[in-house]
Design a protein around this ligand. Sequence first.
Ligand code: MGD
Ligand code: MGD
Ligand code: MO
Length: 745
Amino acid sequence: MNESEEKLVRTACPGHCPANSCGILAHVKQGRVTKLEPADFPEPEFKRICLKGLSYTELLYHPDRLQYPLRRVGERGEGKWERVSWDEALDIVAAKLKEVADKYGSKSVGWILGGPGGGNMKFGAYLRLASLFQGTRVSCWGYGDAAIPCAGEVTVGHHQLYPYTGGFANTRLNIAWGYNAAETRPFDSMRWFIDGKDQGARLVVIDPMFTPTAAKADEYISIRPGTDTAMALAMINVILHQGLHDEDYIRKYTNGPFLVRDDNGLFLREKDVLSGGSDSYMVWDAETGQAKTADTAGTAASLTGNYTANGLGCKPAFQLLTELADQYTPEVASEITEVPAETIRGLGMAYGTCKPASIHFNNGVGRHYHGDTLYRVIATLAAIMGYTPPPGDPHYYDFTLNWGEFLNPGMAKPGYTRMGILNMYNAITEGKPYPIKAVWIAFENFVNQCANTNKILGELIPKLEFIVVADMFMTSTAEYADIVLPVCTFLEHWDVVNNRPAYQPYLQLQQAVVEPLYESKSDMSIVCEVGKKLGFEKYFDKTDEEFVELLLASGHPSVEGISVQSLKEGPFKVRRVKSGMGRFRTPSGRIEFYVERLGEFGEALPVYKEPLESARTPLAKKYPLVLISYHSRFSSHSMFRNVPSISEIKPEPLLTINPADARKRNIRDGDMVVVFNDRGRMKLKVKLNDGLRAGVVRTSEGWWFRDYAEGGLNYLTHDAVNPVQNASYEPNMAMNDVLVEVKRA
Ligand SMILES: Nc1nc2c(c(=O)[nH]1)N[C@H]1C(S)=C(S)[C@@H](COP(=O)(O)OP(=O)(O)OC[C@H]3O[C@@H](n4cnc5c(=O)[nH]c(N)nc54)[C@H](O)[C@@H]3O)O[C@H]1N2
Ligand SMILES: Nc1nc2c(c(=O)[nH]1)N[C@H]1C(S)=C(S)[C@@H](COP(=O)(O)OP(=O)(O)OC[C@H]3O[C@@H](n4cnc5c(=O)[nH]c(N)nc54)[C@H](O)[C@@H]3O)O[C@H]1N2
Ligand SMILES: [Mo]
C-alpha cells in the first residue's frame, strides 16, 4: 500500500456507558488516526456512535497523555515525579506487592478496577493476576451501582434485575423510573422508548428533574428524592385492591404462598410441624385445611389469611405483602413522595392494566441509602402481575464467554477474595474485616469518583503503604500514587468486546489501530510483565492477541467456531443460548419478595424508609437542600472532560437550582455559589431551572477538581454503609442521599 493512502481499521469501543459496544471504523493515514466513524453491521440499527466515541482521537493525541512510567519523589500528592524505565517501575511494583503480602498476607493487596465496558480482556488480565496472587478484588459495584445487584441477588438470585422487570415484547407502557436514558442509554433503552411510542406504547418518566428523557414522555412525574419505594408500594396497593394481580403466577413462581411464622418471621418448614420432617417450605392447602409442603399443594395453596399449624401462628408471605401495601394508600404515599394521589393511582392502574408493562431503570435512582428497596418493589410489581417471564423463557437467553479458567487458571486455589469498595474504606482505616495495605488502581479515577473526598485524602491514602495507578492521564487519583503507569487507549491494543445481546448482539474484535504511542502499554501487557516478575510466567506468556484467541477457544457454545481470524473479517452475531438467568437462583428457586435473611433488619419485605439525609430529617435545619448528581451525555464520568471539542460546548460544572430556592438565597442565574455541608464544599456556577423541583439541587458528576473554583462534588458525599446491602450483596455509595446548603460566593 502506498504510504499516503488511507487505511481503514475496524475496531470497537469498550466505553463505560455501560457498554453500547459501538463498532468503530478508524481512518488511518501515514500511521496517524485521522477520523473515527460508526462501523456497519448487518442490522443497520447497530451502526451508531456517540459524541465521546467520535472524539476519542482527541484523547489518543492529547498533549497531556502520560508518556512513560513515573516514580513519586516528593510527598504523596505533591506532584514531584521522576521518570523511570518500565523495568524499574515494574520491579518496584512486584517487590512492593510481595513485601505487603509477606507482612500482612496476600489479601492485603487489593486490585481496584473500575467499570471496564463491554467484556474486556484488560479486566480479565487483572483478575487473573489477582487470583494467582490470592489477593483482593475490590468490587466496584458499590461506587454507585450496587443497589440493583443487592435487590437482584435476594429477589431472583442474579445481580442483574433488568430482564425480569422490563423489555418485554409488545410492551404497552414503558416506565423510566429515575432513568435518564436519553443521556445514559441513548442506543438501547431510549431507542426502545421512542420505537415503542411509534407503536402506541406510553412513556412515563419519574424524576425530580424534567430531563431530556422526560421531554419525550407522555407523562412526567416529579418526585421527592429517595421516596420512590413508597410510590411503588402504593402501586401494589392499587393493583391488589383492584384485583389486577395474577394469582396463578404468584402461586407458582413466587414465594407468596409460603407460610411465614408469626413468632420469628421465618418460613414454616416441614420439620416445624412434623417430627423428623424436612426443610421444605410449607403452604396452606385450602382444600384439606392443613399445612402441606409447597410441592404437594399446587393450586390449592392459599395466598391470604391467618393459619395455625402445629400450634404455630403463620401467614402466607403474600398476606404479609398485602398488609404492607395496605399501609401505602395513594394518599399516604402522596404525603411521602409529594406526588398527587391521583397520579399514583393512575400509574398503578396503568401498570396493572397495560399488559405487559415494562419498568426500566438504571443506577441513579438507587443511589440513596435505602436504594435497594425500590428495585425490590419493582421486581415484586412485575412478579405479582405475572409479567416476569417464567423460568426457561427465551427472554433470558444470553451470551457469555467461558471466563472461569481464564480468570483463575488451574482453579486449584480459591483465587481472589471479593470485597465491596465501600467496605474497603474500613479495611484500610480499621483493618476490618482484614487490612488492605497496597492497591493497584486501573481504569478508575478513585479519588475523583468515590464518596467522601476528605476521608479518602485524609484517612485512606495516608494509611496505604503502596499505591500503583495505571491510566492514560495524570488524574486526581494518579496524583496520589507511588508509581504511575502509562496505559494506551483502546485504539492502540487488542481486546474483545461484547455486551448483553438484548443491547448489542455482536461480538467484536477491538483491533489495535495504531501502535501504542510514546512508551505506553496495554493493561494486559503490563499485567503480563508483573505476573512474570511475581513468578507466574507460564500464565502470562502470550500477546494480547493470543489471549483473545485463548478466551474464544474456551469452548462456550455461544462462540463455537469463532476465532480471532474470523472476527477480523467482521463482527459475529452471537448465538443466544439458555443461561443461568432463566432460573431463579434463590434459596427457594422462586422469585422471593419476602427475604427471610433480611428479617433481622426489618426488611424481609421491601419496606419504605426515609432517606438518611432528607428535608424531613433533623439535619435539614442546617442543610435544607437535597443534592443529587447525574451522568451527562458530555462525558463518561471523568473521562472526556479534557477533550477540547467537547469543552467548547460544555466547559464547566454547573449547579441547577429551582428559581424559588435561588430567590430565597438572593442567587441569580450565572452567579458563583458555594455548596457545602459538614463534610466539604464545592464552588461552581449556578443555573436556574424550574424543571427541577424546589428543595433539590442537581449537578453532573465526573468533573475534575481543577474544573471547580474550589472543592468538588464528592467532597459533599458520604460513605455510610447500609448493613442490609452488606447482607444482600455489597453496600452502595448513596451519592444522591446528601443534604447541603447553597450560598452566593
Ligand atoms: N457524586 C457522584 N459520584 C459518582 C457517581 C454519581 O452519580 N455521583 N457515579 C458513580 C458511578 S455510577 C460510577 S460507574 C463511577 C465511575 O467512576 P470511574 O470508573 O472512576 O470512572 P471514570 O471517571 O471514567 O474513570 C476511568 C478512568 O480510567 C481511565 N482509563 C480509560 N481507559 C483505560 C484503560 O484502558 N486502562 C486503564 N488503566 N485506564 C483507563 C480513564 O482515563 C479514567 O481516568 O463514578 C461514581 N461516582
Ligand atoms: N453519557 C454517559 N452515559 C452513561 C454514563 C456517563 O457517565 N455518561 N455512565 C454510565 C453508568 S456507569 C451508569 S451507572 C449509568 C447511570 O444511568 P442513569 O441511572 O440513567 O443516570 P443518572 O444520571 O445517574 O440517574 C438518572 C436520574 O435519576 C434521577 N434521580 C436521582 N435521585 C432520584 C430519586 O430519588 N428518584 C427518582 N425517581 N429519580 C432520581 C436523576 O435526576 C437522574 O436524572 O449511566 C451510564 N451511561
Ligand atoms: Mo455506574
